[in-house]
Design a protein around this ligand. Structure first.
Ligand code: NDP
Length: 332
């Protein structure tokens, strides 16, 4: 037996093992536990769809990495991200949602019953699947960035910009998101530096014009971030390196990373249509994907708004779409 035949046979046996796992049948399976997943669960549970939620890699989603949330309606004094997510989880469980640890590792959406593998250890067969797996903000990968996350380093100006009003901040990135974040911050902060690694912006011409015309935005082209510096109170500066290797420090209290997001849609791609950047495509004005009975909500299908409240709104839409889909099937 040569190397390739042995490799193929071990792959085949692994494939066979994955088909022979314990199987459970559910009506409504929700993947993801951010505002979209839990709102879908609240509505689905109240519509008697007996939803099962798998929390995924980051239980509670992206909001659990932020501190204060001041723009979620219904919390006049603000709320921390983890508390908000715990509240949403409790509300979903109050109506009977079955919330479980575990992560979807593969899917098979070819048949009328949708199959989802959890941790490659069991298979869930579901009449409807709601994908609410979110998106992950990309970070630069510096140890100092990790150290100051939530203490001056953020990936969301709309969420955290308010805490830096009247102060000097920096935004790293040169795409549409970075330009949007910079112009939003320019309306709140004294000065905004944009740190751009090339000698041009990637953003659309309209967005470029907007940031160029704002007097308190300074674009530092051909600069990269070497280190974010600060103390126990948080960030107080950033050390940059230019294309010639010269270092300089700028004094800032907020460091906003806007170098893109990565939608968590990889495992669905063999069946579910996505755009060129991986965001799931839903039929306009709905959460229907190209596969009947599979719905998508929240950041995995939204690259424009990416807010907790818009994710929650689309989670509600997904549960209503799922309920109507199931009723229409029963009436056929
Ligand atoms: P993009 O991928 O378009 O831009 C990412 C930016 O970050 C680029 O300037 C890139 O630099 C820079 N970057 C990436 N990695 C690093 C790094 N390690 N260090 C320094 N800089 C880095 O992401 P966006 O989130 O801006 O946009 C994603 C998509 O969403 C786009 O299609 C965009 O048009 C769309 N969008 C549309 C909006 C709108 O229409 N209102 C708003 C927001 C997004 P480089 O250019 O050198 O690669």
């Amino acid at each position: 037996m040569n190397f390739f035949s042995s490799f193929n046979s071990s792959e085949k046996s692994e494939e066979k093992n994955l088909m022979n796992l314990p199987t459970e049948r559910v009506k409504c399976l929700i993947l993801g536990s951010g505002p979209a997943g839990y709102t879908a669960a609240i509505y689905a549970a109240r519509a008697n769809l007996q939803p099962v939620v798998y929390e995924g890699l980051q239980p509670g989603g992206q909001l659990t990495t932020t501190t204060e949330v001041e723009n979620f309606p219904g919390y006049p004094d603000g709320v921390t991200g983890p508390v908000l997510m715990e509240d949403l989880k409790k509300q979903a469980m109050r109506f009977g949602t079955d919330v479980r640890f575990g992560m979807a590792t593969r899917v098979d959406f070819t048949g009328p019953i949708h199959k989802v593998w959890i941790d490659d250890e069991k298979i869930i067969e579901a009449d409807v699947v709601i994908i609410a797996t979110g998106a992950t903000a990309k970070y630069l990968g510096l140890p100092s960035e990790e150290k100051f996350k939530g203490l001056g380093v953020s990936a969301c100006a709309t969420c955290d910009g308010f805490f830096y009003r009247g102060q000097d901040v920096a935004v790293v990135g040169g795409g549409d998101t970075a330009c949007e974040e910079a112009s939003y911050l320019a309306g709140i902060c004294r000065k905004v530096y944009m740190i751009v690694r090339r000698n041009e912006l990637r953003a659309s011409k309209a967005m470029q014009k907007r940031v160029m015309n704002m007097p308190n935005i300074e674009i530092l082209f051909e600069h990269q971030t070497k280190e974010i510096v600060g103390d126990e109170k948080g960030v107080n500066g950033v050390i940059l390196v230019d294309k010639n290797g010269n270092e300089k420090r700028i004094d800032i209290t907020g460091f906003f990373v806007a170098i893109g997001h990565h939608p968590n849609s990889e495992i669905f791609k063999p069946y579910i249509e996505t755009d060129e950047t991986g965001y799931i495509i839903t039929k306009p004005g709905s959460t229907h994907t190209n596969v009947p009975g599979v719905f998508a909500c929240g950041d995995v299908q939204d690259k424009h708004y990416r807010q907790a409240i818009t994710a929650a709104g689309s989670g509600c839409m997904a549960a209503i779409d799922a309920e109507r889909y199931l009723s229409s099937k029963q009436n056929v």
